[in-house]
Design a binder for this molecule. Structure first.
Ligand SMILES: Nc1nc2c(ncn2[C@@H]2O[C@H](COP(=O)(O)OP(=O)(O)O)[C@@H](O)[C@H]2O)c(=O)[nH]1
Ligand SMILES: [Mg+2]
Length: 277
């Protein structure tokens, strides 16, 4: 795990080409009420990755938007190389991501929030780590969100580290590159915590997948606001996450009674990223 360095590297980014031997990439966007920014996001990511990632597919998974997002996506579908999936009912972030990654067909899945709080070019900070890791998390460095989000996220990650004895700093990032095989294996089990990534990372760690964190710049939302973390929802979100932490811990430590993370024949806590064999 390489999260010792928590600042964004100033080294000149090498913008591809991605190593074709490591396989193609499915770029997956969950989208809800992003009519003002989704066109910018899609155009920027496709311009940056298209041509530099030899085998690229772009999956756009929208559900339940009440603004013009559906109309914008239908127009873009005629012009851009995207696979568009839309449905009427809002699924919520966890379900939306689970359903979206099920559409991915390439060996690697790059799941990115669609509000452009992460820049397309920073894919190249994650990509070189594919040869050594199964899960590469873009660690927000620093997080550019309202202060209460920064505190909540810090507390949440602190509890995750404490409950599960993990070394990671940003387990709820919206910028992550994941081996599809790990998603296929673990995603069906994700159910306790509302935002997918943290629970997925905990499960992946226990299953022995190799995980690393790479600092990436994070940007304020240019337009619109969070679609999830409204002040009026915070109490319920915190309660749900807290109960989820206990349930996940009970499930994992119950199964691993008397052992340490990854000790199911895969890895020990002295080698927290060790891969199951
Ligand atoms: N498909 C889908 N996407 C969602 C849903 N809720 C949030 N999103 C998307 O998930 C991403 C993260 O949401 P955002 O509001 O930016 O969360 P924040 O950055 O944590 O405040 C954005 O790209 C949203 O458009 C949902 O119910 N369904
Ligand atoms: Mg956001």
């Amino acid at each position: 795990m390489s999260s010792a360095n928590r600042t964004v590297s100033r080294e000149q980014l090498v913008r591809g080409p991605a190593d074709p031997a490591l396989g193609g990439v499915s770029l997956v966007f969950p989208v809800y009420n992003e009519s003002f920014i989704i066109e910018t996001t899609l155009r920027n990511y496709i311009a940056e990755l298209g041509g530099r990632v030899q085998d690229l597919e772009v999956v756009v998974a929208e559900d339940g938007s009440t603004d013009d997002t559906k109309g914008v996506l239908e127009r873009l579908e005629k012009e851009l190389p995207i696979r568009l999936f839309m449905s009427d009912e809002r699924k919520g972030y966890q379900r939306a991501v689970i359903d979206a990654v099920a559409h991915a067909t390439k060996p690697w899945v790059f799941v990115v929030d669609s509000d452009y709080q992460f820049a397309a070019i920073d894919f190249w900070r994650l990509e070189p780590h594919r040869k050594d890791y199964d899960i590469i998390l873009g660690m927000k460095a620093p997080r550019k969100d309202p202060f209460y989000r920064v505190w909540l996220s810090w507390g949440y990650n602190f509890l995750l580290r404490l409950f599960f004895r993990l070394p990671y700093r940003d387990m709820d990032t919206g910028f992550r590159l994941i081996r599809r095989e790990a998603l296929e294996k673990l995603t069906p089990a994700v159910k306790y915590m509302s935002f997918f990534t943290a629970e997925f990372v905990v499960r992946a760690h226990f299953a022995g997948y190799k995980i690393t964190e790479v600092p990436v710049p994070h940007y304020e939302r240019k337009i619109g606001s969070t679609t999830i973390f409204f002040i009026s929802n915070l109490f319920w979100i915190c309660l749900t996450q807290f109960v989820g932490l206990f349930r996940l811990r009970k499930e994992l430590f119950g199964r691993h009674a008397g052992t340490r993370p990854g000790a199911d024949g895969a890895t020990s806590s002295s080698n927290p990223g060790g891969r199951a064999v």
